[in-house]
Design a protein around this ligand. Structure first.
Ligand code: PLP
Length: 963
């Protein structure tokens, strides 16, 4: 070894901090890169990239702050965090304080075993989160008193909007008004209004006691308890709505429902809300799991993801996502919603909170909250204030006070109350409220008033501490064993770990999901998510307390604008699908502002992701498909024809770049120009930004707007199916039409809110901030180049076995590649067999049958090392060998390791083994499986059976197991 102590240049290389992040984020080191480039016959990484990426779209150089090491970036973010001031929040309005049980924080929120998993499409290696989500659905159905619930919605406001759309579909176009109670949360009303406009629905906001539903009423939405805290009886109102065939929707609160008669018992067709206060920090607005429950009759119109019970190949109960035929990836413009990424991790946390506390514990938390609220009300009354006369749970609207003085006194004690008007304030209590808080709160109104003395019978009306008929809950809930067994920390810890062990995540092996960009979610990026300066802020806290968030948001908006080549960014949409919707709303508003409101045709290539057509419909556009040619590119002849045919009405083209076929189309500039020439706007689906960052950008290519998936390109983990952040970036002419929010007051030109919170899932923005801050321009650009290198290396190795379907310049792919397995069908082998067999090798299948049926789309990302890429390729090549054996008759046509995959430990240990191949071949097909074996919890899951016998709660699961 040469000692270079005397070499000045090598000494000076020691000066930068040693924790450079790009080295840890990016997989292949210099030596590995050289080996891979040799395999590809490329002289250098730059030569490869120059060949793969069309020269006319290249734009080198990003203007970003220089990279910081991990510890320096964390220190800088800590300074930003310290600009936030954490006051006690009594603002309520849909966001409440909660104690996240430490065991849940440590083993779920902060545990890569949970947060790096993918959406549970491969059910056999997802039974853990599927079970947790089944618990979530059970929790929601039990508490709402309805028959079926999904997992999950993006937040309460969008869940209400989805319920309105459900009612609209159920009415099959009859009726045009949707009533919204004025006592719903303001942000919910804002979102519902935004959603209604493109659908041609009129929103009537008013007092439900004076509104008479008629034949034109599609549905009605009320809140229970309402935004003022009142709990009202909607039985008669709902009967009147049903009499004219209107659908009834209740926005409600799960904690309150532990004490209150559930919506299903007073005529609700749909219940929606947020599970935030079940152990999920407010996080300045998100992420949280929204929920939607409904009657069994309406299940086929439900939006979002639904977990159901089915059986596996051995007849054992097994869960999987149910009724997929409602969803955007299958139904496209006919889908029940555009939701793709949901809020799985938060749904899991909320369900575990319920498992931890159980029905008795939850009821105790709720009773305590109710009692404290009544004590505060009694104190306030003696202070001369007016409070609600209807029954309340946790919220008081307090009138006859000098609001300015009250708020000033509250601020002095670091308390936030909800501002209503000059003589009214509102206060919401929660699980975290203490008696001391009540004293502090009372002091804001009157220095000399005291709480009633609970030891003196005359000072407090005991009856007020509980609900009476018709409001009191009489039905039981959460009787399933799972909610009654894990109330000690040991029991919950082991239950969580048991479930975690059933799920394959990035902790085990690469997850090469094309289009989904499962890259490294670094620990240093995740740390700040747990900092209370980010976690405990209420989204409507006063601006002077949230300067840290303002700084974070401004940084990210600026960096993402630079990266996309656009003028302005909105971080509000809380998934890519919501970004698409927001972007199309901006386009719609732009055309309307120019006097061209009829530009509502949206051209979408047939290869597009299902969210594109589903979002276009939500944006009030008519979807016109554009064909792709044999090379996978947009068929320019068809595009020209469609543009000509619809020229007067052309609103937008939605295009993904690089295409969903994994190719840098060389005609992309021309495509944008054709659309612009006809007066249309170009929406770029930015899911594939991982192939663009630092090399080109949507703005540079000529698009007008794009969304980003921060949970793909910018390192927010997938969370097992969410959360996500789907910001949109727009060119200057669209900037006036970005989403507004009722909390921002007048927003001229802006479209309405698309998420309940002004900055959507704000608390996880820290992850993307850390990523960009630690990578810098050079690191990000290198990551893009390595993503292209890794994809081309995998394509090169696999092509002799499974042909690569589409290629660009000189046979190169972009950051992902599609490999073709269609030919094997003739031999009785489906792409699904290869997908399930990959499980036996310890891998998650790549994206299956999108955008082409019978194929895999592989996206390795820059974060995988050569060793991992090789292991993955070796697995697929070995599977190719097993497929060959079937074709050549060396392996049985119908009883072989492929069609029987995956193999469970149970099946392997069974006394009988009626397969012509060995147990060893079944379970240990590759050397690394000897060292580290991932066992699937169940065998191949029967999808069809589950959809025919739909069971979506854990009660059903237990019954199934007994049968
Ligand atoms: C992931 C994806 C989307 C949808 O984004 P979500 O965040 O899941 O809503 C849209 N288009 C493409 C091409 C995608 O890969």
């Amino acid at each position: 070894m040469s000692d270079s102590a005397n070499d000045l240049s090598s000494l000076s290389s020691l000066l930068p901090p040693p924790d450079s992040f790009a080295r840890r984020h990016n997989g292949p080191d210099a030596a590995e890169q050289a080996r891979m480039l040799e395999v590809l016959g490329q002289s250098s990484l730059d030569a490869l990239v120059d060949t793969a990426v069309p020269a006319d779209i290249r734009r080198d150089g990003l203007d970003l702050p220089p990279a910081l090491g991990e510890s320096a970036a964390l220190a800088e973010l800590r300074e930003i965090a310290d600009k936030n001031q954490v006051f006690r929040s009594f603002i309520g309005q849909g966001y409440y304080g909660t104690h996240t049980p430490a065991v849940i924080q440590r083993t779920i929120l902060e545990n890569p075993g949970w947060y790096t998993a993918y959406t549970p499409y491969q059910a056999e290696i997802s039974q853990g989160r599927l079970e947790a989500l089944l618990n979530f659905q059970t929790l929601v159905t039990d508490l709402t008193g309805l028959e079926i619930a999904n997992a999950s919605m993006l937040d309460e406001g969008t869940a209400a909007a989805e319920a309105m759309m459900m009612a609209h579909r159920l009415r099959r176009g009859k009726g045009s008004t949707f009533f919204v109670s004025e006592k719903c949360h303001p942000q919910t009303i804002d979102i519902v209004r935004t959603r209604a406009e493109p659908l041609g629905l009129t929103i009537t906001v008013g007092d439900h006691t004076t509104f008479a539903p008629d034949a034109d009423t599609v549905g009605v939405l009320v809140q229970y308890p309402d935004t003022t805290g009142d709990i009202l009886d909607f039985t008669d109102f709902f009967a009147a709505a049903h009499a004219v065939k209107a659908y009834t929707v209740v926005a409600t609160d799960l904690l309150a429902l532990t004490l209150l008669r559930p919506p299903g018992e007073f005529g609700a067709d749909i219940a929606v809300g947020s599970a935030q206060r079940f152990g999920v920090p407010m996080g300045f607005g998100g992420p949280h799991a929204g929920f939607l429950a409904t009657k069994d009759d309406f299940k086929r119109q439900m939006p979002g993801r639904l977990v159901g019970v089915s059986k596996d190949a051995q007849g054992n109960p097994a869960m999987r996502l149910a009724l997929g035929t409602r969803e955007q990836h299958i139904r496209r413009d006919k889908a029940t919603s555009n939701i793709c990424t949901a809020q799985v991790l938060l749904g899991v946390m909320a369900s575990m909170y319920a498992v931890y506390h159980g029905p008795t514990g939850l009821r105790t938390i709720a009773r305590r909250t109710k009692l404290l609220t009544e004590l505060l009300a009694a104190g306030l009354r003696t202070a001369g204030a007016t409070v609600n006369t209807a029954p309340v749970f946790d919220t008081l609207t307090i009138g006859n006070v000098a609001a300015d003085r009250v708020h000033a006194a509250a601020t002095a004690q670091r308390l936030n109350l909800r501002a209503i008007d000059t003589h009214t304030v509102a206060i919401s209590l929660d699980e975290t409220t203490t008696l001391e808080d009540l004293h502090s709160l009372l002091r804001c109104f009157n220095e000399s008033v005291h709480l009633p003395d609970l030891t003196s019978p005359s000072s407090f009306d005991l009856n007020s501490a509980q609900f009476t008929a018709p409001f009191a809950r009489t039905s039981a809930f959460l009787e399933a064993p799972v909610f009654n067994q894990h109330h000690t920390e040991h029991e919950l810890l082991r239950y969580i770990k048991q479930l975690e062990a059933k799920d394959l995540s990035l902790c085990h092996s690469m997850i090469s999901l094309g289009s989904c960009t499962m890259k490294l979610n670094a620990a240093s990026e995740m740390f700040p998510v747990s900092w209370p300066q980010f976690g405990t802020l209420h989204p409507f806290a006063p601006a002077e307390q949230t300067r840290g968030y303002a700084h974070l948001v401004a940084d990210l908006e600026q960096w993402l604008a630079e990266i996309t080549g656009f003028a302005a960014v909105s971080l509000q949409p809380n998934a890519g699908s919501q970004g698409e919707y927001a972007g199309l709303l901006a386009i719609r508003a732009y055309h309307a502002a120019r006097g061209e409101p009829d530009r509502t045709v949206c051209l979408i290539p047939t290869s597009a992701h299902g969210t594109n057509p589903a979002s276009a419909v939500m944006g009030g556009m008519q979807v016109v498909p554009v064909a792709c040619d044999d090379a996978g590119n947009i068929d320019l002849t068809d595009l020209r024809a469609k543009i000509e045919q619809h020229a007067a009405k052309l609103g937008a083209l939605m295009v993904t770049y690089p295409s969903t076929h994994g190719v840098f189309e060389s005609t992309i500039r021309e495509i944008c120009e054709l659309v612009h020439a006809a007066g249309g706007q170009v929406y770029m689906d930015g899911a594939n930004m991982n192939a663009q960052v630092g090399l080109t950008s949507p703005g540079h290519i000529g698009a007008d707007v794009c969304h980003l998936n921060l949970h793909k390109t910018f390192c927010i983990p997938h969370g097992g199916g969410g959360p996500g952040v789907g910001p949109i970036a727009v060119a200057a002419h669209l900037a006036p039409h970005l989403p507004g929010h009722v909390n921002w007051g007048s927003t001229d030109g802006r479209v309405g809110a698309v998420s309940a919170a002004p900055y959507g899932s704000a608390s996880i923005l820290v992850i993307s901030w850390m990523y960009i801050r630690m990578m810098g321009a050079a690191g990000l650009t290198e990551a893009t180049k390595l993503a292209i290198l890794n994809a081309n290396y995998v394509a090169k190795r696999l092509d002799p076995h499974f042909p690569v379907l589409y290629r660009g310049n000189e046979g190169l792919v972009a950051h992902e590649c599609i490999i073709d397995l269609r030919a094997w069908k003739a031999h009785g082998l489906e792409v699904e067999d290869a997908a399930k067999r990959l499980i036996d090798y310890g891998f998650h299948a790549p994206t299956m049958s999108f955008p082409v049926a019978g194929t895999f789309m592989i996206e390795p990302t820059e974060s995988e090392s050569l060793a991992e890429l090789d292991r993955f390729c070796d697995a697929l090549i070995a599977i190719h060998g097993e497929m060959q054996a079937v074709v050549h008759g060396e392996s049985d046509a119908t009883n072989n390791p492929l069609v029987n995959a995956p193999h469970t430990a149970q099946a392997l240990a069974a006394g009988t083994w009626d397969h012509p191949y060995s147990r060893e071949t079944a379970a240990f097909p590759a050397p690394w499986t000897r060292n580290s074996k991932f066992w699937p919890a169940v065998g191949r899951v029967d999808n069809v059976y589950g959809d025919r016998n739909l069971v979506c709660s854990c009660i059903g699961m237990a019954a199934f197991a007994e049968n």
